[in-house]
Ligand binder design. Structure first.
Ligand code: GCB
Length: 651
């Protein structure tokens, strides 16, 4: 089915775009095990942007048929990374259309010769639309830049004498009213102002549309009969932890499954057989958020062992899944984790950094988690798209609670509420839940950020989307993040928690911090009176250029950011005694945006700079968050056990 306005698409896309494929199979994170190997394809790839006017030259000349260097000049491109900021070429930085990536992979001999081995190519994320070939043969297509996809390439790599294969990807970063996030291509036809064929891409969100292979690309193996998916949900009955599991197997109907739950010492605490069941763990260690318990983030390991009798002999597959036992519930005024009130004190983030753009990077990730823990933050929202799986794994390990957001940001246009758009959004929620359902750190799904939820079609759109998400995962609450007026918001009746963004004294009443308390308190009261649901202040903040000082405070100075935050905190401190259950600062760090007169080389609302150095507001928040943690009465031992002696409240 063609997608988007024909003019824009015909010019930029060689193929008719299909409505995303229905979900087939699982998306377990590729882990090594006695039956599984993996090979990371990170490093330098060959790269070329298709600069032809039509952007179709690569397809017309079938660049995937032969090594890319044979069809023209190539650049070295690091993977994972965005392609935009690694070069000195202005055209490439803002390029819209198809780019081509290619690399050769040498396979261990067994992978290409053993018919009992299944070889899978897995792309962590390719923004936005990707087509994949192996040795010139089309193996996969995927829409959406923030979720993984795979192709079983066993037949291809096992069909000849070659022990290497050539992997080619064409990736298009064009956004349409039906993509997530949406965008539009606008042709500038006034030839007195623009050259012929001139177009720009407009987006309706406030971050740079970085593109490329943003996350690890891997090859991994399983046996041909294999554990395809595992779903775990947990509960607690008195002191007993309950672990409900369901396992999906592919490749054979005749198999046995054994499951073992191991504690952190490696001791088996429960076991079961078969594809579904309930494990009971007496005196279970619960998964607690950071600073809520002296031993937060307790993870068990669920070892799944598959054995199958094949014509060729017995086959085994092993997969180990980390499991945190915890419960989540929402009442009229509270967000409960393990039955205890949880207050979100944390941040909104972006996947964003110098040079690599949205490219996954371990040092950056570890630095960010160290900063979060230094800050005393216990939560973040994956504004405004799903983050890398490795991020979610660290959240599980450190006890950082996550509001897991879809890429539904910038849903503004009426076309973006069409059935085509809704259908795609439903599929994306399916992909997101499939990927992240087993993370104990994920406590709520956010289906969108700041849609025009006052428009008439929003009512049906959000009703359907939220019901669908709850059907996919009945174990977690669902929200979307609003900046609409409480009376006009047509989606609010369907959410479990009201997440509100506001920028008092920033986007209006410039400089007048004295009005914040009145305006914020009134807003909270209105939302709560209307819906009787707990509220999270899901964004607030002020643009601040590190090193700008003004006292009395003026906008853009560090003093203004601090002052504005303090005004918010006064109201939050009153309302958190009633129904406000969280506060997430906008933003953790400065980040890149499109160019505009409102943005001085990106959005500067970070409490850290883009290089992760603290502004004055970071120290203010640090003091506040550790004080909030102190109120739970658990943080002292938690801080001690995690060697955070330099916290303001360290023993
Ligand atoms: C918002 C958006 C966020 C922006 C922020 C801002 O409401 O959700 O994406 O970056 O405001 O700084 O304007």
């Amino acid at each position: 089915m063609p997608r988007g306005p024909a003019g824009a698409w015909v010019a930029l896309c060689p193929l008719l775009w299909t409505c995303g494929l229905a979900l087939e199979g699982g998306m377990l994170y590729p882990r090594e095990s006695p039956s599984r190997e993996r090979k990371d394809l990170g490093g330098l790839w060959s790269f070329r942007a298709d600069l032809s006017d039509s952007r179709r030259q690569g397809f017309e000349q079938q660049w995937y048929r032969a090594p890319l260097r044979e069809s023209g000049p190539t650049l070295d491109m690091p993977v994972p990374s965005s392609f935009n900021d690694v070069g000195q070429d202005r055209q490439l930085r803002s390029f819209v259309g198809w780019v081509w990536y290619e690399r050769e992979a040498t396979l261990p001999q067994r992978w290409s010769q053993d018919p009992g081995t299944r070889v899978v190519l897995r792309i962590g994320s390719a923004h936005y639309y990707a087509i994949v070939w192996v040795n010139g043969v089309h193996v996969a297509e995927h829409e959406g830049g923030h979720l993984p996809f795979e192709a079983d390439i066993s037949k291809l790599v096992q069909s000849g004498p070659l022990s290497s294969c050539r992997i080619t990807l064409a990736i298009n970063n064009t956004l349409t009213p039906h993509t997530l996030p949406p965008g539009t291509i606008v042709y500038k036809t006034d030839t007195s102002k623009y050259p012929k064929g001139y177009f720009v891409q407009n987006t309706y969100f406030d971050f740079f549309n970085y593109a490329g292979l943003h996350r690890p690309v891997l090859l991994y193996t399983t046996p041909t009969t294999y554990i395809d998916d595992i779903t775990v949900t947990t509960g607690v009955d008195q002191d007993t932890g309950l672990v409900d599991y369901q396992i999906f197997v592919q490749g054979s109907e005749h198999f046995q499954l054994e499951v073992y739950l191991l504690d952190e010492e490696g001791k088996v605490v429960a076991q079961g057989i078969g594809g579904r069941g309930r494990l009971q763990v007496p005196n279970a260690h619960l998964w607690w958020p950071y600073l809520m318990h002296e031993h937060p983030a307790y993870l068990y390991s669920l070892e799944v062992r598959l054995t199958a009798q094949m014509a060729t002999g017995p086959v085994s597959d092993f997969y180990t899944l980390p499991v945190g036992i915890r419960t989540v519930a929402v009442t009229e005024r509270q967000f409960l984790i393990n039955g205890k009130p949880f207050y979100f004190h944390g941040v909104n983030k972006h996947e964003d950094a110098d040079i690599r753009g949205k490219g996954f990077d371990w040092p950056l990730l570890v630095k960010d988690f160290n900063l979060l823990r230094w800050l005393g933050a216990n939560a973040f929202r994956t504004s405004h798209y799903p983050y890398a799986e490795e991020v979610m794994q660290l959240c599980d390990r450190y006890g950082i609670v996550v509001i897991d957001e879809s890429p539904g940001v910038g849903i503004m246009l009426v076309q973006s509420y069409s059935n085509v758009s809704l259908q795609h959004h439903l599929e994306v929620m399916g992909e997101l839940v499939r990927r992240d359902k087993n993370h104990p750190s994920v406590v709520m799904w956010s289906v969108a950020n700041e849609p025009t939820s006052f428009l008439k079609p929003a009512a049906y759109y959000f009703k359907t989307l939220i019901a669908h998400t709850k059907a996919l995962d009945p174990s977690r609450p669902v929200t979307f993040v609003t900046n609409s007026n409480y009376e006009a918001d047509l989606g609010a009746p369907y959410v479990d928690v009201i997440c509100v963004n506001s920028y008092y004294s920033w986007y209006h009443d410039y400089g007048h911090m004295e009005v914040i308390q009145l305006q914020l308190a009134t807003e909270f009261e209105n939302w709560y009176r209307t819906y009787q649901k707990p509220i999270i202040q899901s964004e607030y903040g002020a643009e601040t250029i590190a090193g700008f000082h003004q006292d009395p405070p003026l906008m853009f100075s560090e003093e203004y950011q601090k002052g504005l935050l303090e005004q918010y905190h006064l109201v939050l401190d009153q309302k958190r005694k009633e129904y406000v259950v969280g506060e997430l600062i906008w933003n953790f760090a400065d980040f890149m945006t499109d160019q505009s007169p409102q943005r001085a080389v990106g959005n500067r609302k970070g409490i850290f700079t883009r290089q992760r150095q603290p502004k004055a507001a970071a120290f203010l928040l640090r003091e506040r968050y550790w004080k909030l943690a102190n109120e739970t009465g658990h943080h002292r031992s938690a801080a001690k056990s995690q060697c955070l002696e330099n916290s303001p409240f360290a023993l």
